[in-house]
Design a protein around this ligand. Structure first.
Ligand code: ATP
Ligand code: MG
Length: 273
């Protein structure tokens, strides 16, 4: 069976897109999956977390997207990471400068990633995770045209991140209308849950009212300062603090995701609420 491409999207910044992408990738790798992380964000945070410090990638998402003709091979752009089974298509800050050119060449340029990534990624990897910048700009549109599924992290303590996810869901419907008929909402993922605070409970209740149970992961990710410490050490939490609640949550999330993906593939008739 072909692998799945999952775009991690929320236009709100700091909700955990990169944290979820890298930690889920590591957990899926440990579960025996072949995983690719594509860093579409010119902040390069997933690249920093996954690549050894000081390693300057020879090729990156920049070359992958820069010109009408692909000047490097797909394999030349992929870098193995320290984590078993996990490869990365890294990014460089210069990619931000490609945006005006891609906008001028739109809408054809929005399909560039799809044409260059989709077939090979689905053949060679079980799961491809696309980490996105905090906007609904060119690169997010490219990701949505290339993906099968959208995973939307929501920060439990922020009402604004719920607004971000409503935008993301509307966008999924729009991209499907524009031609990516495969695209579906996979699940929302509640991140940074602090069970002691009422705002965490309020957000969970708002989501339960607005979405069906099968649109929200049963697993949530706890608020844990070890995530920030792991980030400082440029490691996933699974490597930095394997016994932590955060690490356990990502193992649970990987299991839940693997149980869902084949179902989601066959449940393509489902519509978002
Ligand atoms: N569950 C968590 N508990 C504690 N801290 C967390 C948790 N998840 C993420 N963080 C921290 O929150 C900050 C923002 O997370 P992250 O970089 O993953 O968000 P993002 O959505 O990718 O941000 P951006 O929109 O800028 O790309 C980071 O410092 C990260 O370590
Ligand atoms: Mg990020």
């Amino acid at each position: 069976m072909a692998g799945s491409i999952v775009a991690v999207v929320n236009n709100k910044g700091g909700v955990g897109k990169t944290t979820v992408t890298c930690n889920l990738a590591h957990a899926l790798g440990l579960a025996g999956c072949r995983v690719l992380v594509v860093d579409l964000d010119s902040q390069c945070n997933s690249t920093q977390m996954l690549l050894p410090p000081g390693l300057e990638p020879q090729h990156s998402f920049y070359e992958f997207m820069a010109s009408d003709e692909l000047t490097v091979s797909w394999h030349e752009c992929l870098v193995p990471t320290a984590y078993e089974g996990v490869s990365c298509l890294p990014n460089v800050p210069e990619t931000a400068g490609l945006e005006p050119q891609l906008i001028l060449q739109a809408p054809a340029s929005f399909l560039r990633l799809r044409h260059r990534l989709r077939d090979q990624a689905r053949q060679q990897f079980d799961v491809t995770l696309l980490d996105n910048p905090p906007n609904i700009g060119t690169f997010v549109l490219c990701a949505l045209h290339a993906a099968d599924f959208v995973l939307v992290p929501v920060k439990a303590g922020s009402a604004f991140s719920v607004e971000g996810l409503l935008k993301a869901v509307r966008l999924i419907n729009e991209i499907r209308r524009q031609g990516n008929l495969d695209l579906r909402l996979l699940r929302l993922l509640i991140n940074q849950v602090d069970r002691r605070t009422s705002i965490s409970k309020t957000i969970a209740a708002q989501l339960a009212a607005a979405f069906r149970p099968d649109q929200v992961f049963a697993t949530s990710i706890p608020m844990n300062t070890l995530f920030e410490q792991a980030e400082m050490a440029r490691q996933t939490i699974l490597a930095f603090a394997p016994q932590s609640s955060g690490s356990r949550a990502f193992h649970d999330l990987a299991r839940e995701l693997l149980a869902i993906l084949p179902l989601s593939l066959t449940g393509s008739e489902r519509e978002e609420k």
